[in-house]
Every structure is written in structure tokens, then in C-alpha cells.
Design a protein around this ligand. Sequence first.
Ligand code: NDP
Length: 327
Amino acid sequence: TTTPLKVAVTGAAGQIGYSLLFRLASGSLLGDRPIELRLLEIEPALKTLEGVVMELDDCAFPHLAGIEIGHEADKIFDGVNLALLVGARPRGPGMERGDLLSANGAIFTAQGKALNSVAADDVRIGVTGNPANTNALIAMTNAPDIPKERFSALTRLDHNRAISQLAAKTGAAVTDIKKMTIWGNHSATQYPDLFHAEVKGKNAAELVNDQGWLENDFIPTVAKRGAAIIEARGSSSAASAASATVDAARDWLLGSAKDDWVSMAVVSDGSYGVPEGLISSFPVTTKDGDWEIVQGLEIDDFSRGKIDASTAELAEERDAVKELGLI
Ligand code: NDP
């Protein structure tokens, strides 16, 4: 189709935005199909955002059909088909967990309500801003008229990091690796699972055959990669987060590859013992904007413990925002 897809991005003047907008506009999301960008920022960041828009203009992207910017969610989200919620309140010095949850709670409550009233009927919402799973839960709960399946939080970066680490370990190409799974929360408790992943059709855990590497190297490397990049680069992993945000949205809208799956944090229906209603990462297949949790995978004791620990953390975050009256 040639009707532009209306894509909202929040926190558009931030570091992730600086990478993300150019990828979206150049066709990484939808190829030839035109898109219209709706960029939300807080008022003090609008001037910076105007500069970014000047650069977008200067790229003369053939498939960028229009750009609107503003600080009012009701206006920016009007009629959007896809909302990428990137802007979030970073943890400042001396900020307690509760302060962070309530600052973000206010943002995602308001954005959930705005999406509920003005977004297009087919809207899909992807949350990148941290704490992503719980921010998605807050937005979802505050948007009662939008089906719950339309919300997801980003664990695709963790998924991509896990693929890259496994490829390096086995000497395979990233394209040889299928069926990677991230379970749980996008946090240090996430569980990247090699027991169902495949390298050139062979089971990854069996091929590697090194539980020590898996536990003491692979899992912590994937889970703490963000901190390692800050340490090396002096600045956060914004470009890879933007790339993963595009990957996740593209596969959600256009479908995951045959004989493969992706990781997405979506509302749990109780699959694999994950408490119903939590936004937790699962292996999913996607098609035409819908997702389905891959069923029937065997979960051994090691994996069970890891999944339970991460979902327990999600339940704690949910209880904390419930106590704050945000959901
Ligand atoms: P970034 O663009 O670097 O990051 C934005 C969010 O993405 C943060 O919550 C960050 O989490 C999260 N994130 C997820 N994955 C990653 C990753 N791999 N690497 C880095 N970040 C990741 O933040 P900036 O501060 O540069 O920009 C944020 C923008 O959002 C600002 O321009 C601000 O004005 C805006 N903002 C907009 C709001 C709104 O639209 N209503 C509300 C609040 C802010 P983490 O903090 O854990 O790194």
C-alpha cells in the first residue's frame, strides 16, 4: 500500500531517537512504503528536536511523507498506527527506585491514556524506555480500549546480543542462528536461553557443551552488555537499541521468518508458568501485526529457576506501581 504509516516516536530528541529516526525514515522499517513521523518531546527538548528535523529534511528521504513535532501526546498520537515509546526518565543521582517508577509512571500513564483516546484502531505500541516491561504494563493498563496484545516491551536488543555472542563462540554467522529466546524482564535478571537455540540446525547448548561458559560467561555478558558499552564508549548503547527497536517493529508488522522466532516482551497468558498479566519476554512468532507465544518447549530445572527469578522481579515491579496507584 502507498498510504503512509503514521509512526510516533517519543523522546525523539534523545540519543536513541537520533539513530532511530533516520533508520525509520530511510526504509529500514517498511522498505518502500512511505511513513509519516510524529515526534513527541518534552517542551525544553523541542528546540533540539527542530534541529533533528532539519537533518531529516536534509536527507531528502524519498519515503518520508511528513513530520510533525510537539509536546502534547493527544496531538502527536492522533491517528498513529505504530507508537515507539522511547522517552523515559533516566535514573538521576540519589534517585530511589520508587522515584524512578513514579516519574515514569506519570509519563506512561499519560501516554497510555492519550493512545487510548486518539491512536488509530490498528495501533501497535512498542516500549523501549526503561524500565521497559513495567512502563509497557502501565501504558497498557491505562489504555483499556486498546487490546492488550498491542503492547510490547523491547527485549530484541538482548536477543540480538545473544545471537552475536553465540555466533562468535561457535564461529557461525549470525544468520546461521535461529530460535534464540530471551525470557523475563529487560534487566540484569533476563534469561537468554541456549537450550532451544540452533546453530545451523544443531542444538546450541549441545553444540557448545559447556555449562560453565553458558552460566558464567554467556548469560552475564548478554545481561550486562549495556554497562560494558557505557564503560567502553562513555555513552550508552543508543545505536544498537535503535536498531533493535526497528527490528522488533518490522518483524511485528511484517512477520517473523519461517522456522524461526523472535523475543518480545508481551502480556502473559500464563504460558510457561509466567504469571498472567505480566509483560514478560517470550519466544514468539509474528504475522501481520499479531504475535503468538511459541508453545510446547521443554523447560529444564536450570531454565525454570532463571525464568522464575526474572518473572518474580517483574511481579515486584508490578506490585510497586500498583502501590503507587499507577495501575
Ligand atoms: P536515550 O535515548 O539514550 O534512552 C531513552 C530510553 O531508552 C531510556 O529509558 C533508556 O534506558 C532506554 N533504553 C533501552 N535500551 C537501551 C539501550 N540499550 N541503551 C540505551 N538506552 C536504552 O535517552 P536520552 O536521555 O538521550 O533521551 C531521552 C529523551 O526522552 C530526552 O530527549 C527527553 O527529553 C525525552 N523524554 C521524553 C518524554 C516524553 O516524550 N514525554 C518523557 C521523558 C523524557 P536507561 O535510562 O536505562 O538507559
